[in-house]
Design a binder for this molecule. Structure first.
Ligand code: FES
Length: 119
């Protein structure tokens, strides 16, 4: 589990970027729910923690793709691939995140490059 911060330090409507690898964005919605998704948009290299939170969705600050925080699903293009969601728990007032073990949908500019050997 990754310890993020006390819930009291993340007000409703706020988001924080966790410097994990890859980074995670944690959101505290206006109605008091806490969600964690991959921070990097699946379209290009933009931080979703810098996006606009509306209900249970975040809009990417670069090209306005919208992701559902509950599922990671894309609700508005141009992004096509979902982002991962991560399990969140609040223990003794502290937000903790368990990173998904699924492979992330990083944008092409950030995806690990395949090394092709020559023989
Ligand atoms: S970088 Fe997010 S929609 Fe383009």
């Amino acid at each position: 589990m990754i310890e993020v911060c006390p819930l009291s330090e993340l007000g409703p409507g706020d988001a924080v970027r966790v410097g994990s690898d890859p980074p995670i964005a944690v959101f505290h919605t206006e109605d008091g729910q806490v969600f964690a998704i991959d921070d990097t948009c699946s379209h290009q290299d933009a931080s979703l923690a810098d996006g606009w939170l509306e209900g249970c969705a975040v809009e990417c600050p670069l090209h306005t793709s919208r992701f559902d925080l509950r599922s990671g699903r894309v609700d508005a293009p141009p992004a096509k691939k979902p982002v991962r969601t991560h399990r969140v728990e609040v223990v003794d007032g502290v937000i903790r995140v368990e990173m998904s073990t699924a492979p992330p949908n990083l944008p092409p500019s950030m995806a690990p490059r395949e090394v092709v050997g020559r023989s």
